[in-house]
Design a protein around this ligand. Structure first.
Ligand SMILES: [Zn+2]
Length: 235
């Protein structure tokens, strides 16, 4: 009788382990809600802002795109730029840059070329943007320039954790006018070096039509138009 009772208790104990009340963590941009006891998943990851606002990542490395834009000194003068992502290094090594545990550097270089005589007379206006595919408002609200470190700082959330030590170093190179067979060409190289959580795939960079009047708006999705933006994701 004692032996039967012992067996019954053991059965009861092992049977119990699957009968708990799930303790779900909050969903984040990478994962749905997950039970902390049995790892059961419920629902879906949070929806990315780029999906909510129908924002299109429309640039690939090595391809060239035409961007309709306007000149700097007279914004009624239209022109166009040839835009290319000439380099993307998803795990960028630079010994001059700070290294942080759980963070990695990513580099992307965008080239804009103008070969229009109107640009010679009226100058070039370049409007670039950087953002976060998943959470645009968090990017904007945390983005600020640190004068001591000479870089921008911002926060991204990755697997539910806020990484507040992200950095961005931007350098712009203005290549002298070059004389080609077709006429003059002016080139600009924009280099973006990002320090982000290791594995994070949400940084987006791009350029837009300089004719858009963005004053009075807080977020670019309020005046976004896929025809007037060229965007590249550092995934
Ligand atoms: Zn559970």
């Amino acid at each position: 009788m004692k032996r039967v009772l012992a067996l019954f208790v053991i059965l009861l104990l092992t049977g119990c382990s699957s009968l708990h009340e799930h303790q779900f963590s909050d969903a984040n941009y990478q994962q749905p809600a997950i039970c902390t006891i049995c790892q059961k998943e419920a629902g879906f990851p949070l929806r990315a802002d780029f999906s909510i606002y129908d924002i299109v990542v429309n640039m690939e490395i090595g391809k060239s795109y035409l961007l309709d834009t306007v000149c700097k000194d007279d914004r009624t003068v239209s022109t166009s730029a040839k835009v290319e992502v000439v380099e993307y290094i998803s795990d960028y090594q630079n010994e001059n840059y700070v290294q942080k545990a759980d963070y990695q550097w990513k580099r992307v270089v965008i080239r804009l070329s103008f070969d229009d005589d109107k640009v010679v007379e009226n100058g070039v206006a370049i409007n670039y943007l950087t953002t976060n595919y998943y959470n645009i408002r968090q990017f904007v609200s945390t983005y600020n320039y640190n004068f001591d470190k000479a870089c921008y700082e911002f926060t991204v959330n990755y697997y539910g954790v806020d990484y507040s030590q992200c950095q961005l170093i931007i350098s712009a190179t203005d290549v002298e006018w070059q004389n080609s067979e077709e006429g003059y060409i002016k080139e600009y190289l924009l280099t973006f070096d990002f320090l982000v959580p290791t594995g994070f795939d949400g940084i987006v960079v791009g350029v837009r039509n300089a004719a858009i009047d963005a004053s009075g708006f807080s977020y670019f999705y309020e005046y976004y138009d896929s025809e007037q933006f060229l965007l590249f994701r550092l995934d």
